[in-house]
Design a protein around this ligand. Structure first.
Ligand code: SF4
Length: 439
């Protein structure tokens, strides 16, 4: 059989065409290393002072899980979310007490607040009265046209944005029936119906989400939606579940779309402390080069037969030590001084173990040697120094020849003890050949 365009699976053809179409859309581009991507052009709205769409930096959202009536508890969570990189936060507004809580929370919040409205349109009116910066309406829950239009008209008067938050799990039953189940087309139609009601009252200040817990379904729904609207899109995989599976599902859906240029704001919906959602969102955007790095990017080798230390433990302790500290450096934890400094030479700073010692290196150059049990502390101290004074100053504060000599000594010792093949690959290859040849 000959490979050719006709052999390309339909989905892939669609992807290629969309990717090419995206490049023509003029929505701006972003660069990461040698690679650049196009972003789809959307119009811009503001949630408080935070722009969404229209080439603005992609924002991270999360949602509090406290009772909104608990003002102090909710504010505490909002501050923790903001510290973890959350740009916009949503609070539930399901009852009068919640709306009253919002009236006290909004003026003290460091980031804009969106009220999540469930079934009662009056709660949307109450939330606006409380001073929130935006609303989220679920078209599957508030379905009476006069209620939708009353909320949109009020939002228009107050200059507030609304997210049309279609959710696969609470889709309008009429659409569920029309499409014989949950389909991307059904979610898109739900959003378009809501837009039509907004149009009737001249309200245009909206963004849209079409979330599903099924990743391919969600991806396709957003692709279809982005073909028919220039409204900013809020991305998410709903009910993704607890980490790590939830993180993977959400990342699969959100990252796929972002790399196609689709999406203006994101939320990880995890069954976890919401701070994890904010951190994940921020880290994804940084990993894709869509937001400037704020915190440490910790890279670590997977460990292997060469390592004489517990790399997983050291990497975890380093992660905990850096936490959410604002040190925008790439820091490497490597299991051995034989290969570590070379493999992580692009990192701003790193440490590699060998012969019961930790070898610190800056941009691949050995700079210091510390006892094995002080590796993490040394890493943090050097990261702080580089962040404050720069790489050149860090290299200038030590005599690198001493560190290089010590690293060479420990490298030679490890090679002497372990040989060139610490993972016993050659032995295994000989065994495989014997098995295959039946010897
Ligand atoms: S060779 Fe060294 S740096 Fe590479 S994976 Fe093994 S322990 Fe880590």
């Amino acid at each position: 059989m000959v490979d050719g365009p006709e052999m390309v699976p339909h989905n892939l053809r669609t992807f290629v065409v969309r990717a090419l179409a995206g490049r023509r859309c003029g929505g701006g581009s972003w660069h990461t290393g040698e690679v650049s991507f196009e972003r789809r052009n959307t119009r811009q709205i503001f949630v408080g002072k935070v722009p969404v769409g229209g080439g603005a930096p992609i924002t991270v959202q999360s949602m509090t899980i406290t009772k909104t009536a608990d003002v102090e508890g909710t504010l505490q969570q909002i501050y923790a979310l903001a510290a973890a990189g959350c740009d916009i936060v949503r609070c539930t507004c399901n009852e009068a007490e919640a709306a009253e809580g919002l009236a006290q929370i909004v003026p003290r919040s460091p980031i804009p607040i969106i009220a999540d409205i469930h079934h009662q349109y009056k709660m949307a009116l109450a939330a606006m009265e409380a001073g929130v910066h935006g609303l989220r309406l679920n078209p599957g829950n508030i379905r009476r046209p006069e209620h939708i239009k009353a909320v949109a008209a009020e939002a228009k008067d107050r200059g507030l944005p609304i997210r049309i938050g279609v959710n696969g799990g609470s889709l309008d039953p009429a659409l569920y029936e029309k499409y014989d189940g949950l389909k991307p087309e059904a979610m898109v139609e739900s959003a378009l119906k809501e837009i039509a009601y907004f149009d009737e009252v001249g309200f245009t200040d909206y963004k849209i989400s079409v979330k599903a817990s099924n990743v391919p379904m969600m991806v396709e729904a957003y692709r279809q939606l982005s073909d028919v609207t220039d409204a900013p899109l809020h991305l998410g995989v709903t009910e993704a579940g607890p980490p790590p599976a939830g993180l993977l599902k959400a990342t699969a859906g959100i990252a796929t779309l972002l790399l196609e240029g689709i999406g203006d704001t994101i939320r990880y919906s995890l069954t976890a402390d919401p701070v994890e959602e904010a951190r994940a969102g921020r880290q994804l955007l940084e990993a894709l080069g869509l937001r400037e790095r704020k915190n440490v990017d910790l890279i670590a080798c997977p460990s292997c037969g060469r390592a004489e230390v517990d790399v997983i433990d050291i990497a975890n302790r380093a992660m905990a030590a850096f936490g959410d500290r604002k040190i925008p450096l790439q820091v490497a934890v490597m299991g051995c001084v034989v290969n570590g400094p070379g493999e992580a030479r692009e990192a701003d700073l790193g440490i590699a173990a060998g012969n019961k010692r930790g070898h610190l290196f800056v941009k691949g150059r050995n700079v210091a040697v510390v006892p094995e049990d002080e590796m993490v502390e040394a890493l943090v101290e050097w990261a702080e120094f580089i962040h404050e004074h720069g790489t050149e100053a860090a290299l200038a504060r030590v005599d690198t020849t001493i560190a290089e000599r010590e690293a060479a000594k420990d490298r030679a010792k490890m090679l002497g003890d372990q040989g060139d093949d610490a993972n016993n690959s050659q032995e295994k290859i000989v065994e495989i050949r014997r098995t295959v040849s039946g010897g």
